[in-house]
Write a protein that binds this ligand. Structure first.
Ligand code: T46
Length: 143
């Protein structure tokens, strides 16, 4: 599984650092929504779902956390520890976010507005969904 991590350009000077994120320049999609999570309790894991079409970039803008990515055949744990690093999370990817440091803030840039029908919250359903998607791709390849 290929993990795509972006390293953004910090604009630093003697006052500190500033990172700017622009759609189609720093972020590979139109940014339709921004949300962030904070005050995450110790030992908490969030996520436990995949998206049918949503693409996102996760940036831990304060503190650190870990992201488990699972494409149905392979799993990878990616640490997010720098406010200038972004993790690309595609659709059809199961994700779990855990190991939040005290005070961590995880910001997410999303390619679409909030839509509960885009979520797959059951792991077996996720496996069936990606199998169907792969079957469609291989059927099209045979045509
Ligand atoms: C994802 C990971 C990385 C909204 O009303 N609007 C929103 O845009 C979002 C994201 C959530 N909500 C509501 C829905 C729930 O009542 O906020 C509550 C918590 O959402 P959820 O349990 O889905 O949060 P996480 O941390 O499990 O997952 C979130 C995103 O939902 C998800 O798309 O990929 O962060």
């Amino acid at each position: 599984m290929q993990v795509i991590k972006y390293v953004f350009q910090p604009h630093g000077d003697d006052r500190g650092q500033l990172v700017s994120l622009e759609e189609f320049k720093d972020i590979p999609f139109r940014i339709k929504r921004v949300y962030y999570m904070y005050d995450t309790g110790q030992g908490v894991t969030r996520g436990y779902h995949a998206h049918k079409s949503l693409q996102q970039i996760l940036v831990c803008i304060h503190g650190s956390c870990k992201i488990l990515l699972d494409n149905g055949t392979e799993k990878k744990v990616v640490p997010l520890e720098k406010p200038y690093e972004g993790l690309y999370v595609s659709n059809n990817m199961w994700r779990e976010m855990f190991d939040f440091s005290p005070g961590a803030v995880l910001m997410v840039l999303a390619s679409a507005l909030y839509d509960e029908s885009d979520y797959i919250r059951d792991y077996d359903e996720f496996l069936a969904f990606i199998k169907d998607a792969q079957d469609v791709i291989s059927d099209e390849g045979e045509k």
